[in-house]
Design a protein around this ligand. Structure first.
Ligand SMILES: Nc1ccn([C@@H]2O[C@H](COP(=O)(O)O)[C@@H](O)[C@H]2O)c(=O)n1
Ligand SMILES: C[C@@]1(CO)OP(=O)(O)OP(=O)(O)OC[C@H]1O
Length: 159
């Protein structure tokens, strides 16, 4: 059986934080603010995986009131969620995600982001797709106040 999940996340851009998107460090004057490393893309993908499994959302599994997750590496959070997926007999059909950011240019880092996720999911690289778009200077992303991400995940459940 196939199961589909979707995820969406937003984090504010602020000075004095590293910019980490899709598990990749991107040189930029600002970074994303959050309780964890604020990796907006991996959070959207994590929510999509949890959605497909019918297991709530990232905040339910890793509350932002828990000091254990302060500055947490979102690669590790997705890895933990995916351990549950593997235990439940799921494999990844495909992942498709979009980063919504006016700046910086994401295209040089997209192959590395795909690699991070393919490694976590133990799946071929061509099952993971990452895209980026600006919002043509419109809205909070266009003004550079934050970055958003959307993700859709298709999981295959062993019969
Ligand atoms: N932060 C971003 C945004 C976009 N890209 C790439 O540029 C292309 C054009 O973006 P538009 O918003 O003008 O459609 C887009 O298709 C991406 O390939 C990017 O690398 N980083
Ligand atoms: C990941 C968690 C936990 O550290 O914190 P944030 O980095 O603030 O991210 P958010 O997207 O609000 O998701 C849920 C949180 O519980």
């Amino acid at each position: 059986m196939m199961r589909v999940g979707q995820g969406f996340d937003v984090h504010r851009l602020t000075e004095g934080r590293p910019l980490i998107v899709g598990g990749v460090h991107i040189p930029y004057a600002k970074g994303l603010d959050g309780h964890s490393d604020a990796d907006v893309l991996l959070h959207a993908v994590t929510d999509a995986v949890l959605g497909a499994m019918g297991r709530g959302d990232i905040g339910k599994h890793f509350p932002d009131t828990d000091p254990a997750y302060k500055d947490a590496d979102s690669v590790e959070l997705l890895r933990k969620v995916w351990e549950q997926g593997v235990r439940s007999g799921f494999s990844v059909g495909n992942v498709d995600a979009t980063i919504i950011a006016q700046k910086p240019k994401m295209s040089p880092y997209i192959e590395d982001m795909k690699g991070v996720m393919a490694k976590i999911f133990n799946c071929p690289l061509d099952r993971v797709n990452v895209k980026a778009t600006t919002t043509e200077w419109l809205g909070f992303t266009g003004r550079g106040e934050g970055i958003a991400a959307l993700a859709v995940v298709c999981l295959i459940e062993k019969a």
